[in-house]
Ligand binder design. Structure first.
Ligand SMILES: [Zn+2]
Ligand SMILES: [Zn+2]
Length: 183
């Protein structure tokens, strides 16, 4: 699998590099690049009442980019803004399941968002977990009931902290087979 990491709007480059490293480490037979391009954060995706961006609209733009970018077979969009889908207060990310495009939001991964002190390492660990989670959705995997598996659904940040950036045995096997089929 070849993954391109795509910043949307302003995103710290050091975070993108960490995501690249984390994704490469977790997936078998996979390379990852931070792409040269970036796309702007769409104003039409902004909901003024909620003061949040519609995740699905941004994912659609990632999808549009992914179709054109033939040098990779998956694109992970990264935004640093608060995102939501109708019916949920917020989302950490969203992905086509299966598909080529995934999206994560860094906004609610910072300890400072919960009144805790700055902790770059914790923030980056959370970002890698959510990045792996969304990219795995693009392989067609759905949520896993094991709380420590990266495919466990994060309803809140404590779920993200409990899960690892790694798979349970069943999800690992499923992901490995799906990645193998891409080649
Ligand atoms: Zn999920
Ligand atoms: Zn699992």
């Amino acid at each position: 699998m070849k993954i391109g990491v795509l910043p949307i709007g302003r995103v710290d480059h050091a975070v993108l590099l960490r995501l690249k490293g984390g994704l490469t480490r977790v997936f078998p037979d996979t390379s990852c690049v931070v792409v040269d391009e970036k796309i702007p954060l769409s104003e039409t995706a902004f909901n003024k009442e909620r003061k949040q961006h519609r995740s699905h609209a941004i994912l659609g733009e990632v999808q549009g980019y992914a179709v054109k970018k033939t040098s990779v077979n998956r694109v992970l969009g990264v935004v640093d803004t608060d995102t939501f889908v109708p019916g949920l207060n917020f989302v950490f990310g969203e992905a086509a399941c299966p598909g080529k495009a995934a999206l994560i939001s860094l906004w609610r991964l910072r300890p400072e968002s919960y009144g805790e002190s700055f902790n770059m390492e914790l923030f980056l660990e959370r970002a890698v977990k959510e990045a792996v989670h969304e990219v795995v959705h693009t392989l067609g995997l759905r949520h896993c009931s094991h709380p420590s598996c990266v495919m466990h659904f994060s309803n809140s940040i404590s779920d993200t902290d409990i899960k690892q950036s790694l798979f349970c045995d069943a999800c690992y096997l499923h992901a490995k087979i799906s990645i193998h089929k891409l080649r």
